[in-house]
Design a protein around this ligand. Structure first.
Ligand code: ATP
Length: 490
């Protein structure tokens, strides 16, 4: 795992060199906290998304998927509370003019204290911060920063403005008609995909004849004007979420909260993430819509951070949309309540949300996969490689097909194998360079299997298969290649 700062920089360079992630608009020096996925990155991202989508919508018979638009009626964001509440407390350094999210500034200070052995101070400062954030006590937060002489990383001074709120939503204008009041045409780029699910709750419930408990899943872009956009694709201004809203009976939320908390952690482990690199972090300060919330955290190369949020959102969102739209957001439950002996009847469902960032999960997987390996060869000299040990089931390319030479009919056999496999999984064909060099390139790009066609293939119809993770090789029948890879990636 790339768990040191310099290794993390190498991982970022590697992602660029092997077509995974590029800075957006790089030829114009990039756009801060916006990234493009290259040919391998786009495929890996799609494979992760598909894996999530399948586990939600195919492996659960009571969850369906939708694809709502990014633009939504502006009242959606008023009703959801985002216009008034979707903000973070910020503070500016007067000398450098740099703006910080208050929690990030204080957490950064705590990290520095831990690094120099002042663990108690770090603990105390974080506990005070949590308490002050819970009370929205901005004066107290500023005092905490000043009392601890927390400095700006650029100016190295503690010359701070007051703490104030900063809304994270991006807005733009809709339509071609000019208006005197720009607010008339104002629309937002959605800061979360969840609201697209809430406003479609009745459409899906009725057309799908869904019975509670049931879920609606969605993947898609979300946009946040993050102030401290940092740590590569961990915190971006344009990113992708994979969210599922699970509609339940009021009162059953804690049961489902515990169920989804465990289910989602196990799902991450099914992607090869070791259990000891995942942990739960209960929220101290709950969002305005939640009665319980936690993060599933992963130990990123730069520390433990949120990967996924599990939120018990009560009936807040549906009730708000009911109030603002004046449309009933209710469900008629004709199951019998054992407590009363009567049908549960009409109610606004409660909601349990699972919300994971696709880009953060991508970063999790790639940082676990990246390894720089060194070993001694039989002749005593050192050898090394950089390898991406991405789980085979989500690797962008599954099989590299490599004719040993560019002649003697070997490319023809290789191309025939390529054509017979390409319908089933992604293959890559290459005939340039020595075979050792080609293996190294496939290791670096993360291709789990290589098959080499050589002269023996012409004699006995066997090929060499090489396994990326162990670098072991074995001879198998050419006719068995497709079946073997299919089994390994399923
Ligand atoms: P954070 O505290 O890190 O800002 P959050 O609590 O605001 O995250 P949620 O609103 O719960 O995040 O969003 C759900 C998920 O979306 C997060 O767990 C994360 O994986 C992802 N996410 C949120 N903001 C970003 C971002 N700016 N860039 C990339 N992914 C993000």
């Amino acid at each position: 795992m790339a768990n040191e700062a310099n290794n993390f920089q190498e991982l970022i360079s590697h992602c660029k060199e092997y077509g995974y992630i590029f800075q957006s608009s790089e030829i114009y020096d990039g756009l801060s906290a916006v990234y493009d996925y290259g040919q391998n990155g786009a495929q890996l991202k799609k494979n992760i998304r598909d894996y999530w989508w399948k586990s939600m919508t195919q492996l659960h018979d009571n969850i369906v998927g939708i694809d709502a638009a990014i633009f939504m009626h502006p009242t959606v964001w008023k009703a959801s509370g985002h216009v008034d509440n979707f903000s973070d407390p910020m503070i500016d350094n007067k000398d450098s003019k740099k703006r910080y999210r208050v929690d990030h500034l204080i957490e950064g200070f705590a990290d520095e204290q831990i690094a120099i052995g002042n663990e108690q101070l770090a603990k105390d400062v974080l506990a005070s911060m949590d308490a002050l954030l819970t009370k929205d006590d901005y004066v107290g937060l500023k005092k905490l920063i000043e009392d601890n002489k927390i400095k700006c990383a650029i100016s190295k001074t503690s010359n701070w403005t007051d703490v104030r709120q900063f809304n994270l939503m991006f807005s733009t204008e809709f339509g071609a008609v000019a208006s005197d009041n720009p607010e008339d045409n104002k629309v937002y780029l959605r800061p979360e995909t969840a609201q697209g699910i809430f406003v479609n709750f009745l459409n899906v419930q009725k057309t799908g004849r869904m019975k509670i408990p049931f879920g609606i899943a969605q993947t898609g872009k979300a946009f946040r004007n993050e102030i401290v956009a940092r740590q590569f694709i961990f915190r971006m201004r344009e990113f992708e979420q994979m969210e599922m809203q699970f509609f339940i009976r009021p009162g059953s939320q804690m049961e489902w909260y515990n169920y989804w908390k465990e289910t989602r952690k196990k799902w991450h482990e099914s992607l090869g993430i070791p259990a000891e690199k995942l942990r739960f972090h209960d929220h101290v300060k709950l969002a305005h819509y939640a009665d319980a919330a936690l993060d599933i955290e992963f130990e990123f190369p730069f520390g433990w951070k949120e990967l996924e949020g599990i939120h018990s959102r009560t009936d807040f969102d549906l009730s708000q949309h009911q109030t603002y739209s004046k449309k009933k957001m209710q469900y008629f439950d004709n199951d019998i309540d054992p407590a009363t002996g009567k049908a549960y009847g009409n109610y606004v469902p409660y909601v349990l949300e699972t919300s994971v960032g696709l880009d953060r999960l991508f970063l999790t997987i790639i940082s676990l996969a990246y390894a720089e390996e060194k070993w001694l060869k039989e002749d005593g000299t050192e050898d090394s490689r950089v390898v991406l040990k991405i789980p085979a089931k989500i690797a962008p390319t599954k099989l590299a097909i490599l004719p040993l030479l560019k002649k003697d009919g070997l490319p023809e056999i290789a191309k025939e194998l390529f054509d017979s496999c390409k319908e089933s999984f992604h293959c890559f064909y290459e005939e340039k360079d020595a075979i050792g060099k080609r293996y190294r390139r496939m290791d670096a790009v993360g291709t789990p299997f290589c098959v080499t066609i050589d002269h023996q293939t012409k004699e006995d119809n066997t090929v060499t298969i090489r396994y990326r993770d162990t670098m072991t090789q074995e001879r198998i029948a050419l006719k068995d290649v497709k079946q073997l890879i299919t089994e390994k990636i399923s």
